[in-house]
Design a protein around this ligand. Structure first.
Ligand SMILES: [Zn+2]
Length: 200
């Protein structure tokens, strides 16, 4: 870092470069942009960053990130509460919501089983999913974990844990790019995968 760089600017560049996908060049460009922007816009950005750490919580039913508990989806009367879509991450909920097709509710696992990365079933919201099913009122579980090794292993594990419980367990249809992430798939692909889901 050149010494001509004022310390507050260097600090901002340093923080921005910690963001995923932001290299030193992009961090510099963003920092200079923020410097030139109005005080109001810069304050709004700072407030938005602060707000995601102070104003958000986890829904105690589906474990999605929300402003309220239960979240808006779990609290909605016009959603099908017998249909639960199980996803790895909150961003996957957005991918399925983008299709505009899905009227059920969700369960967010917050990851996938991965022995390589030391992620065990206990580290995920699987026990919470099982108690949710035991509590009754759920007819079908759509396992929408990612179509990669970890996602498949997680879907298999959940199906196995549930065994012959009274709930129908389905898996998204193939057609999603193998090894890909649900969150990056387009609406049409996700829609088709939902429609073509098959029993596990
Ligand atoms: Zn919820």
């Amino acid at each position: 870092m050149p010494t001509a760089l004022a310390r507050p600017l260097a600090r901002l560049i340093d923080e921005l470069s910690k963001l995923p996908g932001v290299g030193p060049k992009t961090a510099q460009r963003l920092a200079y942009h923020i410097l030139r922007t109005s005080s109001g816009d810069a304050e709004a950005l700072a407030a938005a960053v602060r707000s995601v750490k102070t104003d958000l919580r986890y829904c105690s039913t589906c474990f999605n990130i929300a402003e309220t508990d239960p979240c808006a989806v779990c609290a909605a009367d016009d959603r099908d509460h017998e249909l639960v879509c199980v996803v790895e991450e909150p961003l996957d909920v957005l991918a399925i919501e983008r299709t505009g097709q899905y009227k059920g509710v969700y369960h967010v696992l917050h990851g996938a089983i991965s022995p390589v990365n030391g992620v065990r079933p206990d580290d995920l919201k699987i026990a919470q999913l099982v108690s949710r099913i035991k509590a009754g009122g759920i007819g079908e579980l759509i396992l929408a974990t990612n179509p990669n090794l970890e996602g498949e292993a997680t879907a298999m594990y959940i199906a196995q844990v549930l065994g012959n419980d009274s709930v129908r367990v389905t898996r998204l249809a193939r057609g999603l790019p193998m090894g890909g992430d649900l969150e990056y798939a387009d609406e049409v692909t996700v829609s088709r995968a939902l429609e073509g889901r098959r029993a596990l």
